[in-house]
Design a protein around this ligand. Structure first.
Ligand code: AQP
Length: 330
């Protein structure tokens, strides 16, 4: 049987965080040989919040460099920049006409982001989930590896696909989400009840993939925990649960192994141990990314080549969609 199709995206809205890596990228690498995969730097999503144009361009290329550094093969996987494939915007417009205002108003990310950016609650921010549905449906993706925060958007993409198929026949594959059991929601180091976000204004709240080892150690040593001084995974211990999750992923140790390792030790020993494990996890990725970022021509050629591959696939779906909705053939 032919391999199934995977699509996932990441916003180049800042340097990529450890949350993005654990919740999404890590799994992209793991499944790359088992599926036909498309991985996208979604710069059109990123402009729903004001971006510095020069930085956005750099960050989009940096995402491609990071994906390669994480171990994704740009020949085997289609890794590209969203704005270089115009069918994303075209399908998003069509799908807008099959998405209800009420559905979009229920999206929690819109509510959060419109509070955070109250001076710029633009229509793009509201429409973000429809563009995301277009990203996924354009390639007939079977599976979408995402962090927990994107679950509601994926559910909406499924509803839009089903609605469209209900009217026109089987045009879109209805995608499934793939959320990791452990690490689907990495929390802020400063406010462990909130998710870690790459654009958090508090630099101590987030670990970035390109952070220097000293910065990583400093942030983990400052991480907010509780007053119990007990390294155990338990309901309500948000800070410690988060650090244990990160440590478990970085070292491969189970929660009970971690509890045994730090049984007679306090947070003063646990927090630097997590920091060191993360430094070692990120070191090779950081070094390779920095090397690749110097090779701009190479990165540009990967983007161009892969955008063409993506566009050819997207066009197959768009031809069907244009015909179904009644657009005149080009
Ligand atoms: N804290 C997190 N834990 C686990 N997974 C996460 N993801 C994001 N944050 C966490 C997953 O990473 C993928 C890419 O996310 P994104 O760049 O598309 O946007 P986001 O979800 O809005 O992430 P950020 O870091 O919070 O970005 P900003 O600060 O720009 O809004 C997604 O699969 C996401 O689930």
């Amino acid at each position: 049987m032919d391999k199934k199709i995977v699509f996932s995206g990441i916003q180049p809205s800042g340097d990529i965080s450890l949350g993005n890596y654990i919740g999404a990228l890590r799994n992209w690498v793991e499944i790359q040989h088992d599926y036909h995969c498309l991985y996208c730097a979604v710069d059109m999503h990123a402009i729903t919040v004001r971006q510095d144009p020069k930085k956005l361009r750099e960050q989009s290329l940096a995402v491609i460099a990071l994906l390669i550094a994480c171990g994704l093969d740009p020949k085997e996987n289609i890794m590209y920049i969203q704005s270089q494939v115009p069918q994303h915007a075209e399908l998003a417009w069509v799908l807008n006409c099959y998405t209800m205002y009420g559905e979009l108003s229920r999206m929690t990310q819109f509510k959060d982001k419109s509070q955070k950016h109250s001076d710029n609650v633009n229509a793009g921010l509201f429409d973000y989930p429809v563009l995301m549905a277009a990203d996924i449906l354009l390639y007939q993706a079977d599976l979408v590896p995402i962090g927990h925060d994107q679950k509601q958007h994926l559910e909406l993409a499924r509803n839009i696909a089903e609605r469209f198929n209900g009217i026109y026949g089987d045009v879109f594959t209805v995608p499934d989400g793939y959320i990791p059991k452990v690490g689907g929601r990495i929390m802020s180091l400063a406010e462990p009840e909130k998710k870690m976000s790459k654009s958090d204004p508090n630099v101590n709240a987030r670990i970035l993939m390109l952070d220097e080892p000293d910065a990583i150690m400093r942030k983990f040593k400052r991480a907010v925990t509780d007053s119990e001084a007990q390294v155990v995974y338990r309901e309500g211990k948000h800070g410690i649960n988060n650090l244990m999750t990160i440590y478990s992923i970085a070292t491969g140790k189970s929660f009970s192994e971690i509890e045994a390792e730090f049984d007679d030790k306090g947070y003063g020993e646990f927090k630097p141990a997590v920091g060191e494990a993360v430094v070692e996890l990120l070191r090779p990725i950081r070094e390779k990314t920095l090397e690749l970022m110097k090779e701009k021509d190479y990165l540009m050629s990967i983007c161009t080549e892969n955008a063409l591959r993506a566009s050819a696939l997207a066009e197959r779906t768009m031809r069907k969609v244009r015909k179904k909705v009644g657009f005149v053939q080009r």
